[in-house]
Design a binder for this molecule. Sequence first.
Ligand SMILES: Cc1cc2nc3c(=O)[nH]c(=O)nc-3n(C[C@H](O)[C@H](O)[C@H](O)COP(=O)(O)OP(=O)(O)OC[C@H]3O[C@@H](n4cnc5c(N)ncnc54)[C@H](O)[C@@H]3O)c2cc1C
Length: 266
Amino acid sequence: MGFTDGRRITGMYTAEVARTDRITPHMVRVTFRGDDLTRLPRRGYDQWFRLFLPRGDGDTDFTAVPEGFGLGGYLKYLTAKSGTRPPFRNYTVRAHRPELGELDVDFVAHGDTGIAGPWAQRAQPGERVAFIDQGRGFDPIEDAEEVLLVGDESALPAVAGILRDLPRETAGLAIIEIPDPADRQDVDEPAGVEVRWLARADPHDRPGLLALDAVRAWIPERPTTLHAYLAGEQQLVAESRRHLVAAGVPKARISFTGYWRVGRAG
Ligand SMILES: Cc1cc2nc3c(=O)[nH]c(=O)nc-3n(C[C@H](O)[C@H](O)[C@H](O)COP(=O)(O)OP(=O)(O)OC[C@H]3O[C@@H](n4cnc5c(N)ncnc54)[C@H](O)[C@@H]3O)c2cc1C
C-alpha cells in the first residue's frame, strides 16, 4: 500500500467532536467519536483520510461526500450542487480506539488562515464531520536494513504512528522538525531508531528548512537497503528526495508525499 492506493479504497464514515485539547503550543488534538468509528479499518502506521468539515455557514450535510476518492468519487464531489460541498483536507490517524468508537487527530495550529487548522482551534463538542479512509502511505519494505523517517510538525502524527508500529528490531533515524521545543511529544520508537527533534529558533521561521539541512548532512551507509519516508512541506520533501537519490537510494525505496505548501491553500 502506498499514498496513491487510497484511490481504490472505499468507506465513508461520520463522527462528531467529543473533545479538543491543546496538547502542545502548536498542536490541537481533536477526539472524534461515533458508531462509524467502530468499523473504520485500523491500518496503523501513517493511516490517513480525507476529512470533510462543516461548511462556513455551519451546515453539516455530507450527502455530497462520496464513498471513495477515486476518479468517480472525486467527480461526484466536484459536480455536487454549488454550495452543498463541504470543504475537505487530509489528516492522519493519531490514535484509533475502535472499541470506544474514538479517533484522535492532531491538527497543527498554524494560525488563522485556511480551513482545517483554524476549525480545530475552535471546534465544539457535537460538531459533525465525515471521513474517507485513504489507507496508509508507509508500507514496510521487508529487506530494509534501516529506515529514515523525515517530517515537519504536520507529519509528526504520521512519523509517530510509524515509529509505534515498526517491528521492534528496526534500526534507523527519525528527523522531526517542530516549531518550538515544547511541541515535542512522547513517541514509542524501536530501541534501534534514534529520534532527532529539531526545534526552530523562531516558530514562525519557514517550516522544513532545519529538517532539510539535517537530511542533507546525512549520507546513507547502505543506500540500496534503506527505506526512506518523507512527508511535510513540499520543499522539504522534494529536496530531501533529491538528496537521497543523489546518494544512491533507489527511488522505489523512498515513500514520499508533499503534505502542504507554504503560501498555498488546500
Ligand atoms: C496524507 C496527509 C496527511 C496529513 N496529516 C496531517 C495531520 O495529521 N496533521 C496536520 O496538521 N496536517 C496534516 N496534513 C497536512 C494538512 O493537510 C495541510 O497542512 C493542510 O493544508 C491544512 O489545511 P488548512 O485548511 O489548515 O490550511 P490551507 O487552507 O490548506 O492553507 C492555508 C494557509 O496555511 C498554510 N498552511 C497549511 N498547512 C500549514 C502548516 N502545517 N503549517 C504552516 N502553514 C500551513 C498554507 O501554506 C496556506 O498559506 C496531512 C497532509 C496529507 C497529504
